[in-house]
Design a protein around this ligand. Sequence first.
Ligand code: NDP
Length: 401
Amino acid sequence: MSKILIVLYPDPVTGYPPEYARDTIPSINDYPGGATLPSPQALDFTPGELLGCVSGGLGLRDWLESEGHTVVVTSDKEGPDSVFERELPDADIVISQPFWPAYLTPERIEKARNLKLVVTAGIGSDHTDLDAANARGITVAEVTYSNSISVAEHTVMQVLVLVRDFVKQHEISAAGGWNIADAVERSYDLEGMRVGVFAAGRIGRAVIERLAPFGVHLSYTDRFRLSEDYERKYNLTYHDSIESLVQNIDVLTVHAPLTAETRGLLNTELLNTMPRGAYIVNPARAAIADRDAIVQALESGQLAGYAGDVWDPQPAPVDHPWRTMPHNAMTPHTSGTSLSGQARYAAGTREILEDWFAGNDIRPEYLIVEGGSYKGVGATSYAKVPTKADEGQAELSQATS
Ligand code: NDP
């Protein structure tokens, strides 16, 4: 029997369960490209319920306890006296979500002597130190595709919110005002704008496909070029670097993973090469952008708006400058945790656990690391790509060995 430590965001302040706005969610049959939805043997929740918070428990608690496992569900994850720190040393399995990440640092992994499996209920496992997990032979899995479309829809919303300048207009109407000139002094149409997509993976391509009908000029950069057919279908221009992409666009959307290569990429130097008044929407990882460079670019007018969803760290401190910087449309890491997305990532987490307990293989599209190396989707999405600096270092080691 296993001890399973589940870290989830706190319940709604108004209590659990909330009053739901709708009775059902649409059923989706498959993901774009034919990937299949999670297929656990059973579900102990009704799709559409709030599952990502402590009382929701990802709909796993009753099933796990009926199988004889010990389950601890908590939102208390920071500091030496937190429930997470106290329960970690004898936990066999840790489950958390990128929205409320249980950071598994090398020190914590060292402390977690029983840890064998780490599951991200969602997508994005960079809150787990994957090198440390590999060194210990810990398996890390996530629920690939579960909320990719949720994030793509959120991206399209944030593009429109920034370009149309929605937030200010709504605030004026909610405050009883009617000054139309105030409301529209920064409001534009998206139609005709040049939109650049940084990284055309699952989310990036879904954004391209959803923005194309707006009559925008689309361009992108990625490590690999998309097929000619795809480029033609969406009238896409390819750039071989982010530096080249950002010089020619009005809106940048960011969908690359956080890696050594992408950390801090959106810095002052790069932002200054964008046309004045460009917008950035970054629902990927916050640390891809230099925090203070974004604030300065908004204050100087170099950027007309920034909308992101992910913060560094999470939860963001109350005085984080992105909360109050001008012309921001930040959200508190909600894009991938709509009630629709929750149903899919909770089901995928259950599928991973069912396979784990039965001794079956975890689907390759869910596997990040296993047996000491990057596996499945992790081998393409997370494995470190050698950089010029690494190559130089390797040459240096060869020369000196
Ligand atoms: P994918 O793995 O499908 O796509 C990532 C793309 O980035 C791939 O095409 C990859 O290329 C490309 N890429 C990687 N490194 C670079 C680089 N240095 N330069 C250019 N392109 C690069 O991931 P998803 O689309 O599913 O997700 C993207 C990111 O979004 C995740 O890593 C995660 O951090 C974030 N995310 C955020 C969520 C939220 O709730 N806000 C939820 C889900 C994800 P290649 O194919 O060569 O690897």
